[in-house]
Write a protein of this length. Sequence first.
Length: 122
Amino acid sequence: MSPEKLAVVLRHFEQPDEVREMVKGRFEVVRLGGTTIGRATYEPGWRWSEHVGPGVGQTRCGVAHVGLVVSGAATAALDGGAVIVMRAGDLFYVPPVPHDSWVVGDEPYVSLHFLGAEQYAR
């Protein structure tokens, strides 16, 4: 096998490929092995419809998400009535239907996104 095929690549969110800044939050993007991974960090009071939506011309997020909550808690509220609270340690799937999201409580919310990171907040 060639050395290129045996190479291991290490990346860190402290040196992301892209940072998407927003009021009360940021979304860092790392591209690795053909996959785009995102880290969301939101302060208390952050809400998608207020702090992301106006910048992308939408009132609700329509991106599918698969991720892991690292710390804090946030709500995902799908149009149609389903509301879930995601807490540290939860793995989540939010379908690509219109939804809003907001930080719950007074602790910052941090999550890793394994699906949807390329399209999120654009």
